[in-house]
Design a protein around this ligand. Structure first.
Ligand SMILES: [Zn+2]
Length: 299
């Protein structure tokens, strides 16, 4: 997640450093001094200050380690959440259409070379968790149910203790991974989904839901496979692939889903919990709830 110790170069926002024009250079020097003074007053280390926005910035390590991006970018520069972002988080329209976290990421990621739309979903989640931790604190309150005594209890998870689950297998030159389906005995090639794919899927499923009621969940899986599978038994034709997907046995579909889950870089949400009633210690997934960005929400 966030990596404060690395010595990263500062993004020199709008300053044109190759401009040799004397008055401009003075202006830029003055601006830098102003930034430095402001940062000192606020006790912010100079390397975390973006000179264009005067907002402290941070570098977030991406679980993908850049293996999927053309420029191999391993980190992304974000600004800490500001009052402006608070407006985004409290906008009823954005909350209603579910776009709020996407808009938040658009605003917080100041890196121009990697935008949220092009990021892998696991990388986007790593940025969201880091923004939450720096903006609202590292303690995230969750409600858990004990598998031993059945009692539910409220506990806190330290977000910074969640580690990135990095890519265990490298993609080929097309950014694709291969796996053999055990029942059909065919090789399929798939790619990982990005922010853009996620928005496309959401829209597509909403549209399908309007056409036919109650098909939301099953069609989401099919639509996801159609986007994700690039080759089926050596054939790269999308119409062929869609037909092959509908005839894929459930056991192969399950195998493929689990395989993708293992490969996909993300934040590892598995965490050790201790039941406050009986003391039972067990591993479980940290649930993502509204409390992540709305700490006062009821859980
Ligand atoms: Zn218990």
């Amino acid at each position: 997640m966030s990596d404060n110790n690395e010595n990263n170069p500062i993004t020199l926002g709008g300053n044109k450093s190759n401009n040799t024009n004397e008055p401009n250079q003075n202006a830029s020097q003055q601006q830098n001094e102003y930034v430095q003074n402001t940062a000192e007053r606020a006790n912010i280390p100079a390397e975390f200050v973006d000179t264009e926005f005067l907002t402290p910035t941070d570098e977030v390590s991406l679980p993908s380690q850049g293996k999927y991006y053309p420029n191999g970018q391993k980190t992304v520069r974000v600004k800490f959440l500001t009052a402006e972002d608070e407006n985004i988080l409290t906008s009823p329209d954005l909350i209603k259409n579910g776009k709020v976290l996407d808009v938040l990421l658009e605003s917080a990621i100041i890196d121009k070379s990697l935008r949220p739309d092009d990021m892998l979903i696991g990388d986007k989640n790593a940025v969201l968790l880091s923004l939450r931790s720096s903006g609202y604190g590292d303690d995230y309150e969750v409600k858990m149910g004990c598998p031993e005594c059945g009692e539910s209890y409220v506990t806190k998870v330290k977000l910074s203790e969640l580690k990135n689950k990095e890519m265990s297998i490298d993609p080929d030159q097309n950014g694709e991974f291969s796996v053999e389906l055990p029942k059909m005995k065919v090789e399929v090639k798939f790619r990982l989904l990005t922010g853009k794919d996620e928005s496309y899927l959401t829209k597509k499923v909403e549209h399908l839901k309007k056409l036919k009621k109650n098909t939301g969940t099953s069609s989401l899986l099919t639509e996801r496979y159609i986007l994700q599978l690039m080759e089926f038994g050596g054939n790269r034709d999308k119409i062929y692939i869609s037909k092959a997907i509908s005839s894929m046995p459930i056991s192969d579909s399950y195998y493929l889903r689990e395989y993708i889950k293992i490969i996909e870089p993300s934040v590892d949400m598995e965490h050790e919990f201790e039941c406050t009633s009986c003391g039972h210690v067990y591993e479980d997934t940290v649930p993502i709830t509204a409390k992540l960005f709305w700490p006062n929400a009821k859980i």
